[in-house]
Design a protein around this ligand. Structure first.
Ligand SMILES: [Zn+2]
Length: 243
């Protein structure tokens, strides 16, 4: 049986008001996966918990496993990504990384790769650079870390390396001869871009300079792939990004 008191590093994905002064905090932790925990009194002005349980915080937390939700008994915020709060244009980009992570990860299995990816993504967005490209790289790398990576090596139908597009349904590149109903045509540069984003550390996104068309094609490939395979429901960040 799990220890009743445990410590872990965590990233705050989401918080919800419960009761008069409490918050229900959803964290992606380094060693315990996704945890929903109660921060008692976190909405009171003088609360010692308040600063560490805001969305876009990276911190160290102590949890006490109660009968229902674990309770956060202490916290030490290490990094607070205040640029998302201070810049309304940047906010939906950071929120999208949080929401996508939240929707794709279930349960308390350790998931160190998504943890590091989200931490890097929040940092990179605040440091400037190509926001849309950071999102595309994050999508590909998050899918990959969870075992849902699109197949970017050869045609799903015949194994040819002369691929010309992507099938969201197959989740794979497709050649001209094997074109299927949902075929999305891609320039060879877009295919190379997708491979490079998947293979490079997220921190290296700033060294990649794709064309506007390659970015558009990759956005279409990723969003159709997500829509076909994953039921994400309505994301607030997607709505804000469209506006
Ligand atoms: Zn083929």
């Amino acid at each position: 049986m799990a220890s009743r008191i445990f410590k872990d590093k965590g990233l705050v994905l989401r918080t919800k008001v419960i009761g008069e002064a409490d918050r229900l905090v959803t964290l992606l932790t380094l060693e315990n996966g996704k945890i929903e925990a109660v921060a008692r009194g976190a909405r009171k002005m003088k609360s010692k918990l308040a600063a560490g349980v805001d969305i876009f915080t990276s911190g160290e937390y102590t949890f006490h496993r109660g009968k229902t939700w674990p309770v956060i008994t202490s916290q030490n915020p290490v990094e607070r990504f205040l640029w998302f709060r201070d810049d309304p244009d940047l906010y939906p980009y950071g929120l999208y990384l949080s929401e996508l992570t939240d929707r794709l990860i279930f349960g308390e299995e350790p998931c160190p790769k998504p943890y590091q990816l989200l931490l890097s993504g929040w940092r990179l967005l605040g440091e400037g650079g190509d926001r849309a490209l950071i999102l595309r790289a994050f999508e590909l790398k998050l899918f990959d870390s969870l075992g849902y990576s699109p197949g970017l090596d050869y045609c799903q139908g015949c194994g040819s390396e002369q691929t010309k597009g992507f099938s969201p349904k197959e989740g794979n590149l497709i050649c001209d001869r094997c074109r299927c109903a949902d075929f999305i045509a891609l320039q060879s540069g877009t295919i190379a871009l997708a491979r490079r984003l998947l293979q490079s550390p997220l921190q290296q996104v700033g060294m990649i300079r794709p064309s506007a068309r390659q970015k558009e094609e990759l956005a279409r490939m990723n969003s159709n792939f997500i829509a076909y395979h994953l039921d994400l429901g309505e994301l607030k960040s997607k709505r804000l990004l469209k506006e």
